[in-house]
Design a protein around this ligand. Structure first.
Ligand code: 13P
Length: 323
């Protein structure tokens, strides 16, 4: 499964926004956060003709895994018909980590074995668990340990139930720190994540990673070029991630659409030990939403906008993108 997702020129469409986050996206184009609007939007995404040429997997929120299109096909069937493997977000979101420096931890381990078994029956073949680490708030030893341990338990439970786990400790972009500080924190986080993955007997060949790129903080005045981002990120990953892991699928984390594509392209200018690709939400969907605006007559144009970004990132996976 993880090997089919990590195939040449392909990446993941992250469309697993929780209902609350999806509501924020809909609000940005003046739509109410109703189930019907979420359905219309997700239907637009999964029925985009030819999307499977660039996208190998799509991560769904639970609502979408069990949802049908307005003409009665399941969203899962639409994805499969497009040659796209359905995945599922299985974490239950972030809550305050008491005893820390205003940091968070990720909930969702209770009942995860039975939920993942049910998601598999419903057609999901891979899973995602996103936890976050904040640089301005620490990160404290406690927050990093909690994040890494949670990811490792989740990955083990998924593998036991037939889902390939995506391991995602997102290092948030917020802050005015420089790129060297991000490198230091990312190195620390990934060393703990792999320590606990090994302690929990997770099969490395059966996971995918979803890291943040190593960049300066969003408010840092000194910006980095795509070549610098690629060099920092790959150095960090080569020091921390075994080559047994088949795929590295980056999140976009608030980068602009073109920035995320250029950075990925720079990482694929020379061979890597893994398939280095994308698992973007915002960097694939921003122009889709703006083009759609909730109007049925804009659906085709919005689907074309999705294909433009998907194709650009597919080329970036091959190291062949130019802006
Ligand atoms: P962004 O690409 O918008 O950061 O989202 C990816 C994702 O799925 C975060 O979990």
């Amino acid at each position: 499964m993880q090997n089919s997702i990590a195939s040449k020129g392909k990446g993941i469409l992250a469309m697993d926004e929780s209902n609350a986050t999806c509501g924020k996206r809909l609000e940005s184009i003046g739509l109410e956060n109703t189930e019907a609007n979420r359905q219309a939007y997700r239907q637009l995404l999964v029925t985009t003709p030819g999307l499977g040429d660039y996208i190998s997997g799509a991560i769904l929120f639970e609502e979408t895994l069990y949802q049908s299109t307005t003409d009665g096909r399941t969203m899962v069937d639409c994805l499969n018909a497009n040659g796209i493997i359905p995945g599922i977000k299985v974490d239950k979101g972030l809550v305050p980590l008491t005893g820390s420096n205003n940091e968070s931890w990720c909930q969702g381990l209770d009942g995860l074995a039975s939920r993942t078994a049910a998601y598999y029956k419903q057609g999901a073949r891979f899973a995602k668990w996103r936890t976050v680490v904040s640089i301005p708030n620490g990160p404290s030893e406690l927050a990093v340990t909690e994040a890494a341990w949670g990811l490792a338990r989740y990955a083990s439970i998924c593998q036991d139930n037939g889902l390939a786990p995506i391991v995602e400790p997102e290092i948030l972009l917020d802050g005015d720190h420089g790129i060297d500080r991000t490198l230091e924190v990312a190195s620390k986080v990934w060393s703990k994540v792999f320590y606990f993955l090994a302690e929990n007997n997770v099969l490395f060949e059966g996971i995918l990673l979803k890291p943040s790129m190593v960049t300066p903080g969003a408010e840092c005045k000194e910006r980095a070029t795509p070549e610098q981002v690629a060099q920092y990120t790959l150095n960090m990953l080569k020091r921390r991630v075994p080559p047994a892991v088949p795929g590295i699928m980056f999140l976009s984390g608030g980068q602009s659409e073109v920035e995320a594509t250029l950075n990925l392209n720079a990482m694929n200018q020379s061979p890597n030990p893994w398939h280095v690709s994308f698992s973007y939400a915002r960097a694939l969907q921003n122009s889709v939403l703006k083009t759609w605006k909730g109007q049925p007559e804009n659906v085709e144009a919005a689907q074309r906008a999705l294909l433009v970004r998907a194709k650009a990132n597919s080329l970036a996976q091959l190291g062949k993108y130019s802006a």
